[in-house]
Design a protein around this ligand. Sequence first.
Ligand code: SAH
Length: 484
Amino acid sequence: MDYFPLFADLKGRPVLVVGAGGVALRKIRLLLKCGALIRIAADKLHPHIRSLHEAGRVEWAARAFSPELLDTAFLAVAATNDADLNEQVFQAAQQRRLLVNTVDDPARCNFIFPSIIDRHPIQIAISSGGQAPVLARLLREKLEALLPQGLGVMAGIAGRWRGRVKAKLVSTAQRRRFWEKLFTSAAFQRLADSRRSREAERLVRRQLAGDWPQTGEVALVGAGPGDAGLLTLKGLQRIQEADVVLYDALVSEQVLELVRRDADKICVGKRANGGSVPQEETNRLLVRYALAGKRVVRLKGGDPFVFGRGGEELEALREAGVPFEVVPGITAALGAAAYAGIPLTHRDHAHSAMFIPGQRKIDADAPDWQALAQSRQTLVVYMGTIKAAELARELIAHGRAADTPAAVVSCGTLPGQQVFSGSLSELPGLAEKAPLPALLIIGETAALHHRLGWFGEQPALSADRSGWYVQPAAGADKPAVRVA
Ligand code: SAH
């Protein structure tokens, strides 16, 4: 260990900062956060430091460094771009046995500034011992993303309740169990994450009174369309905390890889081979695991509320009195359109977008074909490949031009993504070629795939079979899509 990590109380303690440029500003801002008294020795001040000085938040002690300035200091920071001056500050501080940091000069530091994660009162400091500050910063960003948002709230509550818990639970082991149970409770974490401190404290009170609710809870989490990078931060946290994960066949391997290794993973997907878990059985499983006190994640492809039957599952949980939350995901239409370079709306080509299912309940009314066949709107059809012929026929019969651009995006956002594009009259043929899962996109903007497609194979810019897409003339700044 090259450096010993310490957390220093600098409240009201003088810190001498020599130099007042951009580098000094960063250190000053950090030190001000913990209440240090900043004294500056510099001939001129960075404009932001000047504002701090004018606001009375820092003291401009001297125009030039002199060793006596260190006599009243608790720490020193040498932040000038003059190596000789930095050396003087370092030597003078050494003589006085003061801790000194010379910015960007590890050999002249006897303390260093770590990368800091601040979830007050929790603080995490990361250091590479001055060897690789950028690596330390990247590590900090990774940790920031993984740590629950409510960490600070949890610690604050623990601080407020420590005395009462100690008075009630006499043995250390009892207290340890109490806190462990509280901090790992999904309900407590959820309340802390959403800053509902008062309700969270109510839970602490109940637990201390021995009235701890036994129920686990369910998070209905949208897994996105496939690329694990499209999971939300909250979705990632939930699947990493889960004891049990019930997932659909649509959830990608990449996302399942992120589930905690020792969690139970149960596939409740509706599979193409006919083998599927009926919805009622899924509902029953969710309730059963939650009532057994487990943290359950119901992981669904895309977004749980978009053609996902998420609403039905929540009804079952509500009836059983199981607490739940919903973490939205990127629905297939948004993911596939973005990765295929097909803007769903576009000032020149489409003023609205509509998401519809290709499959309908047997007793459902016929769709409003007139509305669906409007031009200048993008129609996205989920579960639509089998019905592509009927869809194209009806849309054309109700007035949509047969040469309206159309695309089928297969395995959107995944490494195997393919985009089959052509015109509405060609849609059945395109859909037939497309491996599942696939989305149909019909509308003027589908043509833009040829220019804006960026993921996987870059499509050629040249005209395609339908004659809809033309290469822009050199220097042309207008979109190259011709609209009928
Ligand atoms: N809740 C999901 C939709 C479930 S319906 C969501 O919000 O995305 C299932 C349909 O979604 C599939 O039949 C297919 O049309 C579409 N789909 C899901 N993932 C897809 C993907 N990666 N690429 C293309 N289509 C996808």
